[in-house]
Each structure stands twice: as C-alpha cells, then as structure tokens.
Design a protein around this ligand. Structure first.
Ligand SMILES: [Zn+2]
Length: 123
C-alpha cells in the first residue's frame, strides 16, 4: 500500500467519527518500489494531501526528512517534488497493521493490501 493511499484512509467503524485519521502504522514493513516520476500529477495532488498526517506517518516509518510544511514554491521545487514522489508513490507498506487512534480498531496489511473489512457488529 502506497502512502498516498494511506493519506486518504480513515477508520470507518460505526460511530468512530473523531480522531479517526490518520491510522497509525504498527509493525510496518516498508519496501521501495520504483515508479514513473510525474511532477504534474504531484502538483495536482498536493492540495488533497493532509500534510501533517503525512509528515507524522513518515516519522512513524522512520522517514525523518519530510518538511513540517509544504514549501511555498512547491510546484517549481524539483528537489521537493522528487522527495514527495518517493514518499507518496514509491514507499509501500507491505506488511503490518494500521490502528485507529480513537477506537483502536486494527486493520491488517498483508502483501501490500490493507484489509478494510469490518466485522458485522462494527458496521
Ligand atoms: Zn476507529
């Protein structure tokens, strides 16, 4: 699962409506998988990214070079865009779990795919 996907996921357990984003990674195994660099795509994605969540998530994964804020010249800043590309599109969590900080629900990740299914009583 790429971090761009994680940045769009929130807990969807019934009545879990606050503090349910971002899901916290635990026991995460990270793999870097090369992808085509597309700066236009990144610039278009930027407004949709929850930056604070992304920066905090990166730290959880041991990635400590993410700026705390998007630089003002982001669209022209190739160094930033390349680092963003690497973070959002090439950093995959292959195994581990995501835990909701509110209800503590655990979403397991296996072979890069998060299991977002809920038990019946959680729907
Ligand atoms: Zn939850």
């Amino acid at each position: 699962m790429r971090l761009i996907t994680h940045n769009m996921l929130q807990c969807h357990v019934k009545d879990c409506n606050t503090n349910n984003f971002p899901l916290r990674f635990e026991d995460a195994e990270v793999e870097l998988i090369e992808a085509d660099y597309n700066p236009t795509f990144l610039v278009n994605m930027l407004p949709k990214i929850e930056w604070e969540a992304l920066a905090n998530t990166a730290v959880q994964l041991g990635i400590n070079n993410v700026p705390s804020q998007v630089p003002e010249n982001a669209a022209e800043n190739e160094e930033f865009l390349k680092a963003l590309h690497n973070l959002l599109l090439e950093t995959h969590v292959q195994q581990g779990k995501m835990v909701c900080n509110n209800c503590q629900h655990v979403y397991n990740i296996k072979d890069g795919i998060p299991n977002m299914l809920l038990a019946e009583h959680e729907i």
